[in-house]
Design a protein around this ligand. Structure first.
Ligand code: UDP
Ligand code: MG
Length: 311
């Protein structure tokens, strides 16, 4: 592989003091081989162990080591986001700090970028984690692939390579880092995946428990929403409102005819249900209008593949 890229490696980390030095050594060996210039951007996500101290020591002897350190724990998405903003390389690679990802896979990922991809995501075919993680993760990947229509097996792999434009464009917050490939595709970028090796966690423990799966579901809703807003929000909410209005309206029309035909009316559950549906439909309709107002403000930026406007 010819050296032609400047590479920024972004490493989000939370309490990984025992892994950092080994990770640094492995990354350095690989990057010296493949990059014309590189930086190792360690983003300390509010660690309370000695991680920051280890990073300072590494930086003392090597100015390729750059450190961003949060005052408190904001989550992996925030850490990646801060790293993406600071990254200078024309290629950005993300890798977990816990030695579970293999730095030797980086050249392979970059080769796919050279062949025209914008984002290449690792696929941990042989994931070395307990079943309590691998099974929910399989379900997560299956559902995400199903609703997004994007044929990936492993959306949330920590090891990914990006062209710079992707990380400067894709906005991640909350826990949305699990959906980066979906957001990137939606922005028009070309995304593929490549099988990568995976190791067991050597030191420390996983930062994610079972709580993430409920949150993952909410995040999925968010992503479906974000990625479908190419039509306007009102097109979506309007349809829901029309549905409720139609059903509620028909029910009450039926009772109106009953009344006109001289059959006395008494309050019946179905009638109350119909009325509630009409009220709901009005609320949803206005909610859609409100969302429309916000999105008309937000939709002023676009991702360009080319912008050739100078003479
Ligand atoms: N991480 C982080 N902030 C957090 C949680 C995790 O920066 O709030 C980092 C963590 O140090 C690791 C990577 O994100 O480098 C992946 O986390 P972990 O290994 O705990 O996840 P798992 O591999 O168990 O899914
Ligand atoms: Mg891990």
């Amino acid at each position: 592989m010819t050296k032609k890229h400047t590479i920024s490696v972004v490493v989000p980390l939370l309490n990984e003091e025992k892994s950092l030095e080994e990770l640094y050594n492995q990354l350095t060996v690989v990057l010296r081989k493949v990059a014309v210039g590189y930086e190792l951007l360690f983003v300390d996500d509010g660690s309370t162990d000695g991680s920051l101290k280890v990073l300072h020591l590494l930086r003392e002897s090597d100015n390729c080591v750059k450190i961003i350190s949060f005052m408190r724990n904001y989550g992996k998405s925030a850490a990646l986001s801060a790293g993406f903003e600071a990254a200078n390389g024309d290629i950005v690679v993300t890798i977990d700090a816990d030695l579970q990802d293999n730095p030797d896979e980086i050249p392979g990922l970059i080769e796919e970028l050279d062949q025209g991809m914008d984002l290449v995501s690792g696929w941990k075919l042989n994931r070395k984690d307990p079943i309590t993680k691998t099974l929910p993760s399989k379900i997560f990947n299956f559902v995400t692939s199903l609703v997004s229509g994007i044929k990936l097996h492993d959306f949330n792999c920590g090891l990914k390579a990006y062209k710079k434009e992707v990380v400067k464009r894709v906005l991640i917050y909350g826990e949305l880092h699990r959906f980066i490939p979906v957001l990137a595709v939606w922005e028009g970028f070309k995304v593929s995946e490549k099988r990568v090796s995976h190791f067991e966690r050597k030191f420390g423990r996983s930062k994610y428990g079972t709580k993430r799966f409920l949150n993952g579901f909410f995040d999925l809703l968010t992503v479906i929403f974000i990625t479908h807003r190419s039509t306007s929000p009102l097109h979506f909410f309007g349809r829901v409102a029309v549905f409720f209005l139609t059903v509620g309206g028909l029910i009450n029309l039926y009772f109106l005819f009953q009344w006109l035909a001289g059959n006395g009316l008494h309050v019946r559950p179905v009638m109350v249900g119909g009325l509630i549906m009409i009220v709901i439909s009005i609320q949803i309709g206005f909610f859609g209008l409100l969302a429309e107002l916000f999105s008309s403000q937000a939709e002023k930026s676009f991702s360009f593949r080319e912008y050739l406007i100078d003479d």
